[in-house]
Design a protein around this ligand. Structure first.
Ligand code: SF4
Ligand code: SF4
Length: 336
């Protein structure tokens, strides 16, 4: 398995990591088999989150059998305050059955106000740094979907890693990745298959690996076949052939008029809808077998697709000319 150094953490990680969203679909025995197979295939990095339902618990049960020491373990918290993040951390440690975490990330920082809270006097960063001093957290990272915020987060110089979507359709952060690499920040890639919109997993992962700024991609996996296929990309690294690049570009063209790149330029919605997250949840519901999770996140939003008043303010701001109103109607049809 090809390995790369995860920025200033110094961790030598497999270029393919184990993304922990879909494991919430499986039972304990399957979770153990998946983690065993991941280890067998040379994967040494697992990423999960407090918000992925039972993912942490299942991974904790699997790690107890396969061996915690075989992996770098990363999780994340949506909490932004000092007290909130400490509570989340306690739950994560218990779920994962570990005494320390190799990487703890602020999950999906999506607004400047969230960043301000994290960095404030009673903010989550202070708590996480204290935990780092105690050795309970080894490294601190952050995840986001907004390039503007990503740039600001990189500029703070507080993080050892960043995690951001990247694939042949969503490559808006390439300049930010360059900057992060110059600062020796490790770069983890989420949504490597464009949220399941591109069915050619192997080609998508090879596309990502060709970018030397990237440290590792963390595709989600819940079958042994997926573990083998994804790990195969790291075990047999080879550049994309011309016809393979063309094949990927055909998908880009197909998706062009209907695929949200989560750039956030359509914000703010006049009634407060988080437009890209609505599209993302519809994708998880339709393309992955994560129906309950996607529904609960969709219904948990204060306003969602069904609240669109069709004012049209957002559409001229979308650089990809997406028919946002029609697409939201479809989300409301699918998710309610
Ligand atoms: S058209 Fe709908 S989604 Fe767009 S800004 Fe208006 S209410 Fe928000
Ligand atoms: S709808 Fe358009 S502007 Fe809004 S996040 Fe998606 S791609 Fe960006």
């Amino acid at each position: 398995m090809e390995k790369r150094i995860l920025g200033r953490t110094g961790y030598e990680v497999s270029v393919i990591g184990f993304g922990g969203i879909p494991i919430q679909n499986v039972d304990k025995d399957t979770a153990i088999k998946l983690v065993e197979e991941a280890h067998k295939q040379g994967i040494n990095f697992i990423d999960t989150a407090r918000s992925y339902n039972d993912s942490e618990k299942l991974l904790g049960q699997a790690l107890e059998v396969v061996g915690r020491e075989k992996f770098y373990i990363a999780t994340k918290s949506m909490q932004r305050t000092y007290d909130g993040v400490l509570k989340d951390l306690e739950i994560s440690l218990k779920n994962l059955k570990v005494d320390s975490l190799d990487l703890y990330q602020f999950h999906n920082v999506s607004k400047e106000s969230e960043m301000e809270t994290i960095f404030s006097e009673n903010g989550a960063l202070k708590a996480v740094k204290e935990m780092k001093e105690k050795g309970i957290i080894k490294e601190i990272g952050v995840t986001s979907h907004s390039v503007d915020l990503l740039n600001k987060l990189i500029d703070t110089n507080e993080f050892s890693t960043i995690q951001f979507p990247y694939n042949i359709v969503e490559n808006q952060a390439e300049e930010a990745f360059k900057k992060a690499k110059e600062k020796n920040i490790g770069i983890l890639i989420m949504k490597p298959l464009a949220g399941g919109a591109i069915p050619k997993g192997e080609l998508c992962l090879r596309y990502i690996m060709e970018n030397e700024n990237i440290t590792l991609a963390i595709p989600g996996m819940d079958t042994i076949e997926q573990v083998k296929e994804n790990a195969g990309v790291g075990n047999n690294p080879r550049p994309l052939a011309e016809e393979e690049i063309k094949e990927l570009q055909n998908y880009v063209e197909e998706l062009g008029t209907q695929f949200c790149r989560r750039c956030g330029y359509c914000a703010p919605c006049s009634v407060g809808i988080d437009i890209p997250t609505n599209f993302l949840m519809e994708g998880y519901y339709t393309r992955y077998d994560l129906k309950d999770w996607a529904l609960s996140r969709y219904n948990g939003m204060e306003v969602n697709a069904k609240d669109c008043i069709e004012c049209g303010d957002c559409e001229p701001r979308c650089p990809y000319d997406l028919p946002i109103i029609e697409m939201l109607k479809n989300v409301a049809k699918v998710l309610g």
